[in-house]
Design a protein around this ligand. Structure first.
Ligand SMILES: [Zn+2]
Length: 286
């Protein structure tokens, strides 16, 4: 009997250790990322249409597996419907001057962590500074990238946390659109209620020269990111002005569009999300 109890205790302790190690690894990876880089560039299609899009879906930190998987065919369908070439890859070596120059827009599909080597980063920065187009989706704006230019100049806001009480909540979004808007927003819904894991940023992207397409009304959801005794300092939102989708024309003619929507695969079956992304890509690639 004593031996049986010992065996059970051993098994329980082993299981607890495995769970703790896994949780620790998950938190470390989400915060810091695990480096994994490519050096051999992919082969691009021999024929590219007038409007060509690079869909980049690499993660070195938290992986939104369902969303990434659902977004790839959704972007492919948008490209097909509009006669664009879309090249989909998770190979960071495509970030070289020669290949980037062939694309009107580069989409970061829930990319997280440090996904590019320094020289690949430099090639992307130079592409944007020379007039390139960028579309960032959800996790591409989280705090795992560890790249000042990317976070401040291209995304425009530093990620703080996401809603956790609960994680997914219905909330009202409002279109920020007037006659002076350079974004094609008149085709978008003025008010839009949907469920999301809502991102909260430490600064308002307006302060970095970005213009919101949508804001989310914090009176309609709880933005707190506190989690029991594990996270205790994230009990705040962005107040009356909480941008959630925004854009900016960069110096040098580049264009950046970011949407914090898209945690779940379901998002990429929502017509309004697809319409918004299509408009974002078209605008960024002008
Ligand atoms: Zn997410």
């Amino acid at each position: 009997m004593k031996q049986a109890l010992k065996t059970i205790l051993y098994i329980v302790l082993t299981l607890i250790t495995i769970v703790v190690i896994n949780i620790g690894f998950f938190i470390y990876k989400a915060k810091n990322g695990i480096p994994d880089y490519e050096s051999r560039a992919p082969k691009l299609p021999t024929e590219m249409n007038d409007f060509s899009v690079l869909l980049f879906s690499k993660t070195n930190a938290f992986r939104h597996a369902g969303a990434i998987k659902a977004a790839i065919p959704a972007f492919q369908k948008i490209a097909e419907d509009n006669g664009w070439t879309l090249f989909s890859t998770a190979n960071g070596a495509v970030f070289n001057a020669e290949q980037l120059a062939q694309f009107d827009v580069v989409i970061w599909n829930n990319c997280t962590g440090k996904v590019l080597r320094d020289e690949q980063r430099a090639a992307f920065k130079s592409y944007m500074e020379k007039g390139g187009g960028f579309v960032g989706v959800h996790g591409s704006g989280d705090g795992s990238h560890k790249w000042d230019w990317y976070e401040d100049e291209l995304i425009g806001a530093r990620f703080s946390h996401h809603s956790l009480q609960p994680q997914f909540q219905l909330a009202d979004m409002y279109l920020e659109c007037d006659s002076s808007s350079v974004f094609p927003c008149k085709h978008l819904a003025p008010k839009w209620t949907r469920s999301e894991e809502w991102y909260v940023f430490n600064n308002n992207p307006r302060d970095n020269g970005f213009t919101p397409v949508y804001t989310v009304d914090e009176n309609t959801f709880n933005p707190s990111g506190n989690l029991g005794s594990l996270i205790t300092d994230k009990d705040f939102g962005m107040g009356d002005d909480h941008p959630i989708v925004w854009y900016k024309e960069l110096a040098g003619g580049g264009r950046s569009f970011y949407s914090a929507l898209g945690h779940s695969g379901d998002a990429f079956a929502e017509e309004k999300v697809l319409e918004l992304l299509k408009r974002g890509i078209e605008w960024a690639g002008q």
